[in-house]
Design a protein around this ligand. Structure first.
Ligand SMILES: *Cc1c(COP(=O)(O)O)cnc(C)c1O
Length: 396
């Protein structure tokens, strides 16, 4: 099997598994218990917090553990919105191609009377700090822009947006779920106030994540109950998962430069190979993209059929995002960069992980080339395109 869906989730690293095992087994104490056995778990928890903070350039006390990226996004946005409302500020700026954890939270806030501006995304899959600056108003309380997109991999100018927000006194949140462990992050230098991450996107366990919240921000708890996480997230901490997340993030950050250099070469080889398929186009900027992300649209095919046939050939890939597959709506991300509906339906996302090889990349290129031409051979829609009954979207 070739696993090329690392944006959906990743294989756990051995380092993370080994780090977790003692806490799944003998060291099962509750970190809130006062006796030494509980305090041993407490120490592991606080050590993990330190290690995660050091990867992000913040203080340990600025890290809150959550059940994953979605929870961190929800808490960051709802907290910032509540803080804004107290000052009579109920305008939020975001982009049209955020993850649903952000977009659906913003939808909820709209129903509560907030005004939300979604910035248009350029066809390159990028927004500019100027767009953010132009959209900020007197009553803006929050800007939330994702660090790197989960479908098309484009990387936003985070430090520049951070500078604009800090200057205008507006809180800045970034969903860094696709970036953490893959791209350098320094929340102080980049002037980020709130940042979400999720362990299973960087070879840690599923169901655990973290929210960085700049010191002094009065975060609202999303989950109420006990006094864990300085009253900002109730519930007994998932110690094994937290320890695994810290181990995975440390490992990913230590190897980041070497891994991304290697992955960029493989990514560009894959892009060059798929570029040979006629009437297809890469989605998103060629260089401002995650080291392992390749996303294409092909005319005259259905993404779902493409995925099933690739699966037959032992290749795990994705079309749109995992959250929207199963529904017939084309991806909101592809629509946001101006792909027409019929082309957005024929999308393919391949996300390489660190164990990807050149031989695998070549196998993927051959398989996709085969499957695309097979599907087009059966498609009446494709026949119309070739007969000139429908206009092409892409050049040959
Ligand atoms: C995966 C993902 C999330 C959700 O994270 P979970 O830990 O699965 O809840 C949020 N945002 C982005 C960009 C993601 O890729």
């Amino acid at each position: 099997m070739i696993y090329a869906d690392n944006a959906a989730t990743t294989r756990m690293s051995q380092t993370a598994i080994q780090a977790m095992l003692p806490y799944l087994d003998k060291l099962y104490g509750n970190p809130s218990s006062l006796y030494a056995f509980g305090q041993q778990a407490r120490e592991a928890l606080e050590d993990a917090r330190e290690r995660i903070a050091s990867c992000l350039g913040c203080e340990a006390r600025e890290i809150i553990f959550t059940s994953g990226g979605s929870e961190a996004d929800n808490q960051a946005i709802l907290s910032a919105a509540a803080l804004g409302a107290r000052k009579g500020k109920k305008h939020i700026i975001s982009t049209a191609f955020e993850h649903h954890a952000v977009l659906h939270t913003l939808e909820q806030l709209k129903k509560q009377g907030y005004d939300v501006t979604l910035l248009d995304v350029h066809e390159s899959g990028l927004i500019t700090e100027q767009q953010v600056a132009d959209a900020i108003r007197e009553d803006t309380c929050l800007v939330t822009v994702m660090y790197a997109n989960n479908e098309i991999g484009t990387i936003q100018p985070i430090a520049e947006i951070g500078a604009v927000c800090r200057e205008k006194g507006v809180l800045f949140h970034t969903d860094a779920v696709q970036a953490a462990g893959h791209l350098p992050i320094d929340v102080k230098a980049q002037q980020i106030d709130l940042l979400s991450l999720s362990a299973h996107k960087f070879h840690g366990p599923k169901g655990i994540g973290a929210l960085y919240a700049r010191r002094g921000l009065a975060l609202e708890p999303l989950i109420r109950g006990g006094a864990q996480e300085r009253n900002k997230r109730a519930g007994t901490e998932n110690v094994p998962a937290i320890v695994g997340m810290a181990a995975a993030l440390n490992e990913a950050c230590a190897g980041m430069e070497a891994t991304s250099t290697r992955l960029r070469v493989l990514r560009d080889r894959l892009i060059a190979g798929l570029d040979q398929i006629p009437y297809g186009e890469l989605n998103g900027d060629r260089t401002q993209r995650l080291p392992g992300n390749v996303s294409f649209c092909f005319e005259g095919i259905e993404g779902e059929s493409l995925l099933l046939l690739l699966d037959d050939k032992g290749i795990c890939a994705s079309s749109g995002s995992a959250c929207t597959s199963g529904s017939l709506d084309p991806s909101h991300v592809l629509l946001s960069i101006g792909r027409p509906h019929e082309v957005a339906h024929g999308s393919l996302r391949l996300t390489l992980g660190e164990d990807a090889t050149e031989a695998q990349v070549d196998e993927i290129i051959a398989a996709v080339t085969d499957v695309v031409s097979y599907l087009r051979g059966m498609s009446p829609f494709w026949r119309d395109l070739m007969n000139g009954k429908r206009p092409h979207v892409f050049a040959e």
